[in-house]
Design a protein around this ligand. Structure first.
Ligand SMILES: NC(=O)c1ccc[n+]([C@@H]2O[C@H](COP(=O)([O-])OP(=O)(O)OC[C@H]3O[C@@H](n4cnc5c(N)ncnc54)[C@H](OP(=O)(O)O)[C@@H]3O)[C@@H](O)[C@H]2O)c1
Length: 337
């Protein structure tokens, strides 16, 4: 095989991205240099942060250039190894991008243990989203037994693990998710004490009824109306971990957003601790996260769910659906068998 396939950024979105912002291309099979691996992608991850990479604005990471391969984590098989760290046939996780093949620096790849769990989990519950959930709950929120925590995007890749780990700590866990099906899954399969649909016209009233002792911790994934409703229920000295704000990534809903003076006042009078974090600054916490959560996934004590798009060519549409809540659990693309 001399040709590989990739999806590039064709144009920068104006508001919500559309399929024409992406282009499927053939390209010459990459040749791994010294210390590199040629990896054949099997699973590709789709994550909300990719929306930010499409805009030419200053952020914690550089934007994807026009014509550049869209960024992604992927799990694949080593076809050629020019490194003594890996052998051909190993399964690794690394930054494959939206591509069928990639030449990757071996030092930027991790070996995946197929005996621990299905290899796709290295992109979800045992990968970057799981690591994010664990860091946000333990290091940023420092959740304590008997406290009440609210988790938004409660059934997603990050939220579903936050909720289960918080429950295991003895916290009272309230989820917020889109629709009755996701809410039922949160309670029945993930063990949430209750879950609210963020489409409810009186989200604040519903949340108040479910949190008679207020909210101590908010694991913030979405922004939007959920943020305003939860902020109104925060207890004195409560903590908010800002993990994401997907409701606003494409600039939608900004006119209805909670006003800054209202938010500032809540932080002041309730003496809240509000902290944003980016998981890549917490790589020293990867090993303890895997040591705790790996065995729980293997034993089936931690549940996870995946949404799978078939084929690289379907990655753009699956990504657009993810941004609108069309995924149910970790969104993946099966690039190859
Ligand atoms: N800080 C970090 O280092 C870091 C790392 C990873 C992820 N994140 C962030 O964590 C959040 C969750 O990521 P994920 O990978 O676990 O994604 P995910 O939850 O699997 O998928 C995104 C979910 O966001 C929800 N959503 C979309 N639009 C919404 C809206 N307007 N209002 C409320 N909810 C909306 C949808 O769920 P519903 O159908 O339930 O609404 C959708 O399924 C994202 O904000 C992401 O950017 C941050």
């Amino acid at each position: 095989m001399t040709q590989a396939q990739r999806i590039v950024l064709a144009s920068r979105p104006k508001g919500a991205p559309v399929p024409d912002d992406f282009r499927l291309e053939n390209f010459d099979m990459p040749e791994p240099g010294e210390g590199e691996l040629l990896v054949r992608t099997i699973w590709q991850s789709l994550d909300p942060y990719m929306r930010g990479r499409m805009d030419d604005v200053k952020s914690y990471a550089a934007p994807v250039p026009i014509g550049g391969t869209m960024e992604a984590g992927g799990v694949g098989e080593v076809m050629v190894s020019n490194s003594d760290r890996f052998d051909a046939g190993d399964i690794v996780v690394g930054r494959t991008g939206w591509a069928s093949h990639a030449a990757l620096d071996a030092h930027q790849c991790l070996k995946v243990d197929p005996d621990l769990a299905p290899i796709s989990t290295a992109l979800g519950v045992l990968g970057m989203p799981g690591h994010t959930a664990w860091v946000g709950l333990n290091d940023i929120l420092r959740g304590q037994p008997d406290e009440t925590i609210v988790v938004s995007a409660a059934t997603g890749a990050v939220g579903s693990l936050v909720g289960q780990l918080a429950k295991r700590k003895g916290m009272r866990v309230i989820g917020v998710a889109g629709g009755a099906g996701k809410c039922a899954f949160a309670v029945e399969n993930l063990g949430y004490d209750a879950c609210l649909d963020h489409h409810h016209p009186d989200l604040a009233g519903e949340l108040a009824a479910l949190t008679p002792h207020g909210v101590d911790c908010y694991y913030e994934n979405v922004g939007g109306k959920t943020l305003e409703a939860v902020t109104g229920r925060m207890n004195d000295h409560g903590r908010i971990a800002i993990c994401g704000m997907i409701a606003w990534y494409s600039g939608k809903g900004l006119q209805d957003a909670m006003s800054l003076p209202k938010m500032w006042r809540a932080i002041l009078v309730k003496k809240l601790r509000v902290q944003g974090f980016i998981v890549f600054e917490h790589m020293d916490r990867l090993a303890p996260f895997l040591a705790e959560v790996g065995p729980l996934v293997k034993s089936g004590e931690i549940h996870y769910r995946e949404s799978v798009a078939e084929g690289l060519e379907n990655a753009p549409v699956a990504f657009l659906r993810l941004l609108e809540g069309g995924n149910f659990g970790k969104q993946l693309v099966r690039v190859a068998e």
